[in-house]
Design a protein around this ligand. Structure first.
Ligand code: PXG
Length: 290
């Protein structure tokens, strides 16, 4: 069955959804995107995703040709057109068609498209056994180079890190910043639990302000746990009681080994699993209905 795609104001068949070879999203990775999830018929934290998309676009001086309200309606229209209940939604805005030069002024109109498809869930063993992850040589780009806060179409920094993790036989890559402090993973934020305190790298360490990350911080604070956005080293990770990753696709996934060091008792942590349970409860109530 072919998917229905939202493209520049219309819902069309995926076979008709084509991008120009002169689109600067392709030629230069010049554009922004979001990965969003719906649970049942609720789009999880849609407003936060739309806000982040427009902030990313603002920073790269990319004018999105539709309002936030229209974009929200477009996401919902795409989900309805595909009759999807549990879905993964990819929202993409590129600089649009231009010439072969870098100059964004040569691209008069941004390209907007939305793909909604069935969600490809992570294997169950990731949650039951936990992940083995490694730190990788590729540093997270700094705010002064390519700010990790901008969810841009230029993901090579993260892809290089992912390749290095795969080459090492690991499932995710921990990226450090130029100071050697923990920033985040190639497509997820990272958390540890130490003596009952929930810790995650401060955004200034070079992390994307993850929407799942914020949900985890909200859930933990509400349950009375102390939470701290901090400076974390590999030593802090190795000696944590528990470790997990957060992201739209992953939700909350336990980590049991980092660079060969066993974390805690080597099994998914009890607090991690409780947070995952509470996160899944939240996804059933916190969202925009369609
Ligand atoms: N850090 C980075 C670098 C990300 O790309 C996250 C953290 C988690 O953020 P959210 O808002 O999702 O909690 C992301 C987002 C994939 C995939 O297919 C993952 C992301 C983006 C695009 C695709 O695994 N992660």
């Amino acid at each position: 069955m072919s998917l229905k795609i939202y493209m520049n104001g219309k819902i069309i068949d995926e076979k008709q959804a084509k991008i120009s070879i002169f689109d600067h999203g392709l030629l230069y990775g010049d554009g922004v995107f979001e990965g969003i999830r719906s649970y049942g018929e609720l789009v999880f934290r849609l407003k936060e995703h739309i806000d982040r998309l427009y902030e990313s676009a603002h920073t790269i001086m990319l004018k999105i040709p539709v309002s936030k309200q229209q974009m929200t309606a477009a996401v919902i229209a795409t989900l309805r057109a595909n009759k999807l209940k549990d879905a993964y939604i990819r929202l993409v805005v590129t600089r649009g068609e231009g010439d072969l030069g870098l100059d964004p002024r040569k691209c008069p109109k941004a390209t907007v498209f939305i793909i909604a498809d069935k969600i490809a869930l992570y294997p169950d063993r990731f949650y039951k056994q936990g992940l083995k992850i490694v730190t990788v040589p590729t540093q997270r780009s700094s705010a002064e180079t390519l700010n990790p806060q901008v969810k841009s179409l230029n993901y090579l920094n993260n892809i290089l890190a992912k390749l290095e993790a795969i080459n090492a036989g690991a499932e995710e890559a921990i990226m450090l910043n130029a100071q050697g402090h923990v920033a985040e993973c190639s497509g997820d934020n990272i958390f540890i639990i130490k003596k009952g305190v929930l810790l995650t790298p401060h955004i200034s360490m070079g992390a994307l302000k993850g929407i799942t990350r914020q949900a985890v911080l909200d859930i933990a604070s509400k349950s009375g746990m102390s939470v701290k956005e901090d400076v974390l080293t590999r030593h802090d990770l190795f000696n944590a009681d528990e470790c997990f990753l957060s992201g739209t696709a992953a939700e909350i996934v336990p980590v049991v080994k980092i660079d060969g060091r066993v974390i805690g008792n080597g099994l998914p942590g009890a607090t991690t699993l409780k947070l995952l349970l509470n996160f899944r409860k939240l996804t059933k109530i916190d969202g925009v209905r369609y």
